[in-house]
Design a protein around this ligand. Structure first.
Ligand code: FE2
Ligand code: FE2
Length: 273
């Protein structure tokens, strides 16, 4: 199988645990082939517009997903469930970028990075499922946000747009909100959930950094000004303003400078500084 075919196999597997098992297995095969100096061929493929998804969770408009008090057990389960859903989407997003842009001339390091990210997202999904199961719940027990794939569909033929919106906006947002979540589970004395979220937090920085790295690479290739192009693409594909407070330190670590995101935070914030 080529790498692009592997990506499509993951995308067309519906069950979360099966999808992530396949994803981790393919990532290990890719790594081994690279280490042996005989890399699996990248190839090309036609990924589905949307990945296969399990029957549950029921996908609802974000406004119709019930909110629960964060300090309650039900609230903590809802939070872990929402993160599990994000992680499953992320598995597909990373394999989708591989399949979707396999025909674009790119250094092999591009594929190394997204295979590694997909492997880590698979681990994150499983960690969140384990946490849910320890609390007597499971992924699929609650409704989840529909529309998480929208950014992928909108950017299915625009690699720079994909990099700008997915790793550099959506995954960067994860860096902003994860410390608050870790605090919630520390207060609830749930060390397994704390450890899982700390793993996610540490690894997500790299996914944002891969986004920034390849975005800048493509700007260089096409002789474009990165800040200007980033603003244009986020305004085109991301619906709404970016929400402060931003985790400036982790964003900097991931190669996202403040002048990338502050001007997109809305007029109100731009005016106040
Ligand atoms: Fe993740
Ligand atoms: Fe990620």
């Amino acid at each position: 199988m080529t790498l692009a075919e592997m990506a499509v196999a993951v995308l067309t597997t519906a069950d979360g645990r099966q999808k992530t098992a396949l994803s981790r297995n393919f990532a290990a095969q890719w790594r081994a082939s690279r280490a042996a100096g005989t890399p699996i061929e990248v190839g090309t493929a036609n990924p589905p517009l949307r990945p296969a998804r399990p029957e549950k969770p029921e996908l609802r408009d974000p406004r119709d997903v019930p909110h629960r008090k964060p300090g309650s057990e039900a609230g903590r389960i809802a939070l872990l469930h929402a993160v599990a859903h994000i992680e499953l989407n992320a598995v597909d997003l990373h394999w989708d970028i591989i399949a979707r842009f396999s025909g674009t001339r790119l250094p092999i390091g591009f594929f190394d990075d997204w295979v590694k990210a997909a492997d880590e997202e698979s681990k994150h999904f499983n960690l969140m499922c384990d946490c849910l199961e320890r609390l007597g719940s499971h992924y699929g027990a609650l409704p989840a946000h529909a529309g998480m794939w929208r950014a992928a569909e909108d950017t299915c033929d625009d690699l720079m747009g994909r990099l700008a919106v997915v790793p550099m906006v959506l995954e960067a947002r994860g860096l902003d909100v994860t410390p608050g979540m870790i605090k919630i589970f520390k207060q609830a004395k749930l060390p397994d959930a704390v450890a899982a979220l700390e793993t996610i937090y540490a690894e997500e920085v790299h996914h944002v950094a891969y986004g920034s790295k390849w975005f800048h690479f493509l700007c260089g290739r096409h002789d474009l000004d990165p800040t200007e192009v980033f603003h244009g693409l986020v305004r085109k594909y991301f619906h709404g303003n970016l929400k402060p407070p931003f985790n400036e330190e982790k964003r900097a670590e991931a190669g996202i400078p403040p002048d990338f995101y502050w001007p997109l935070a809305g007029t109100e914030h731009a005016r106040s500084g």
